[in-house]
Design a protein around this ligand. Structure first.
Ligand SMILES: NC(=O)c1ccc[n+]([C@@H]2O[C@H](COP(=O)([O-])OP(=O)(O)OC[C@H]3O[C@@H](n4cnc5c(N)ncnc54)[C@H](O)[C@@H]3O)[C@@H](O)[C@H]2O)c1
Ligand SMILES: [Fe+2]
Length: 402
C-alpha cells in the first residue's frame, strides 16, 4: 500500500438545531468578537436568525455582519469584508452560507490574520501561520468547504478562479444543522448535491485516494444516490436534508485529502468564464469525465458500483427502485459504464441539465476551445486525475458536453 497522510482537524457538530449552540462554541474557543459572513438571501429568509439568537443569548448583541457575498464571490468582496472586520477589531469569523460564503470567509480570514495583500497568499501552501478561529455553518449540501483546506475566489480581471490551499484553511468548527437547508430551492439543492457526488466520485479514483478517503467517498455516494432526489423534491424532508448534508461533508473530507480531477478542472474553467454555478458545471461534465477516465479507472469505478449494488440490494419496499436499478455485473468496464448511467439518471431524477448549451454557454469557437483547454490544463485539480489528459482530450470533452 502507498504511504499517505490524512487530515481533518475540524470539530464537526451535527444535528437539527445545532446552529443554536454557536454561542457556546465561540465561548469554548475563547473568542468574543466575531465577524459574521453571509449573504442577503439568507438574511432575508431568516436562515441567520438562530445564529444571531444564540450569540445574543451568549451576551453578543452587536455582532458585525458582512452580507454582500455574491454567488460567485470575488477578490473585491473579500477586501470589503476585511475592511469591516478590521474596523470592528474582530477576533474570529462565523460563515453562515453556501460554499461562496464559506470560501469568502476563509479568504477574509487570511486578510485579517496575515495582513499584506491577499493575492500574495494565493496558491498552495503560501500561509505560514494559523489564522483566527473560524466556525462554518453550511446552508447548502455540496461543497464540503466546511471541512476542506481550500477556498476558491473569482478574479473578475482575469476571469479565472483563484485557489487558496493550506492546512491553515481548515476551519476550527463545522456546525451541520439540517434545518438550515430547508429553504434551499430544488434546483440549487440538486446542483449543490451533484457537486458532492462529483467530489466523492473524483476522490475515489484520484491519485491521492487512500483507504480512509475511499470509505468516506463510498458512504457519501450511497447517501447521495438514496437521498438527493428526495431532498430535491421535498425540501422540508429533514431526514433527506440530514443525510445529504452528512454526505456532502464526508465527500469534502475525502476529496480534500485525495484530490479531485478532470471534471473539477473543466467545471472551474467554464464556470468562471461563463458564470455557470459550480454544481451545475460539475453535473454536466461528470459523465463525460468518467467516460474519459474509464481507460485508467474501470476497476475503481467497478468497486463503487459493487458497493452501491450491495448497499441497495436489501432495500425496503419504499426504496425498491434503487435495488432494481443497482444490479451487479461481473465485467469491470461494464460496471463502470453502469455507474456512468446511474449518474446520468440521477441528473434526470433531479431535473438537472446535461448540456452546456442549456445553461447559456455560447457556442465555442476554435479559439475559445483552445483557451479553455489551456486554462483547464493549469487548474490544480487536474494534477490528481487518474488518466493524463492532453489539451485535445479536454477539447473533445468540451465539445461532447456542449
Ligand atoms: N472550498 C471548497 O472546498 C469548495 C469546494 C467546492 C466548491 N467550492 C466553491 O463554492 C461555491 C459554490 O457554493 P454553493 O454551491 O454552496 O453555492 P453558493 O454558496 O454560491 O449559493 C448559491 C445560492 O444559494 C443560496 N442559498 C444558499 N443556502 C441557502 C438556503 N439555505 N436557503 C436559500 N437559499 C440558499 C445563496 O444565497 C446563493 O444565491 C463556488 O464558488 C465553488 O468554487 C468550494
Ligand atoms: Fe466542487
Amino acid at each position: 500500500m502507498n504511504l499517505f497522510s490524512y487530515l481533518c482537524p475540524t470539530r464537526i457538530t451535527f444535528g437539527d438545531g445545532t446552529a443554536s449552540g454557536i454561542g457556546d462554541i465561540l465561548s469554548e474557543m475563547a473568542v468574543s468578537n466575531p465577524l459574521i459572513v453571509t449573504d442577503k438571501v439568507l438574511v432575508e429568509k431568516g436562515v441567520l436568525d438562530p445564529v444571531l439568537k444564540s450569540l445574543a443569548d451568549s451576551g453578543l448583541k452587536e455582532v458585525p455582519i458582512f452580507q454582500d457575498v455574491p454567488s460567485d464571490s470575488d477578490v473585491d468582496c473579500v477586501r470589503r469584508a476585511v475592511e469591516l472586520g478590521k474596523s470592528k477589531n474582530c477576533d474570529s469569523l462565523i460563515a453562515v452560507g453556501g460554499g461562496s460564503v464559506i470560501d469568502t470567509a476563509k479568504v477574509v480570514n487570511i486578510g485579517l490574520s496575515m495582513g499584506g495583500d491577499l493575492l500574495d497568499f494565493e496558491g498552495i501552501n503560501n500561509l505560514y501561520s494559523p489564522l483566527m478561529p473560524m466556525v462554518a455553518v453550511p446552508t447548502t449540501a455540496g461543497t464540503g468547504s466546511e471541512v476542506s483546506a481550500v477556498a476558491m475566489i473569482k478574479d473578475y480581471e482575469s476571469g479565472k478562479k483563484l485557489l487558496f490551499g493550506s492546512r491553515f484553511l481548515y476551519v476550527n468548527a463545522a456546525v451541520l444543522d439540517p434545518t438550515m437547508l430547508v429553504t434551499l430551492p430544488p434546483r440549487l439543492t440538486a446542483a449543490t448535491g451533484l457537486d458532492a457526488v462529483t467530489h466523492a466520485i473524483e476522490a475515489y479514483v484520484a491519485m491521492g485516494a487512500n483507504p480512509i478517503t475511499d470509505s468516506l467517498a463510498l458512504q457519501s455516494l450511497q447517501l447521495l444516490f438514496q437521498y438527493l432526489p428526495i431532498a430535491t423534491a421535498s425540501g422540508d424532508n429533514l431526514e433527506a436534508r440530514a443525510q445529504t448534508l452528512l454526505a456532502s461533508t464526508m465527500a469534502g473530507m475525502s476529496f480534500t485529502n485525495s484530490g479531485v480531477g478532470i471534471v473539477h478542472a473543466l467545471a472551474h474553467t467554464v464556470g468562471a468564464k461563463y458564470s455557470v454555478h459550480h454544481g451545475i458545471a460539475n453535473a454536466i461534465f461528470l459523465p463525460h469525465g468518467m467516460e474519459f477516465n474509464i481507460e485508467a479507472s474501470a476497476a475503481r469505478y467497478a468497486q463503487v458500483w459493487t458497493y452501491l449494488c450491495t448497499a441497495f440490494s436489501g432495500c425496503s419496499s419504499a426504496n425498491k427502485a434503487l435495488g432494481d436499478k443497482f444490479v451487479s455485473v461481473a465485467d469491470p468496464v461494464q460496471a463502470a459504464y453502469q455507474l456512468v448511467n446511474a449518474v446520468r439518471e440521477l441528473l434526470k431524477d433531479c431535473s438537472l441539465p446535461d448540456k452546456l448549451r442549456d445553461v447559456k454557454v455560447p457556442e465555442f469557437s476554435e479559439s475559445s476551445l483552445q483557451e479553455l483547454a489551456e486554462t483547464a490544463m493549469t487548474d490544480p485539480a487536474i494534477m490528481f486525475n487518474p488518466r493524463e489528459a492532453s489539451p485535445d482530450d479536454l477539447i473533445s470533452i468540451l465539445k461532447e458536453a456542449y
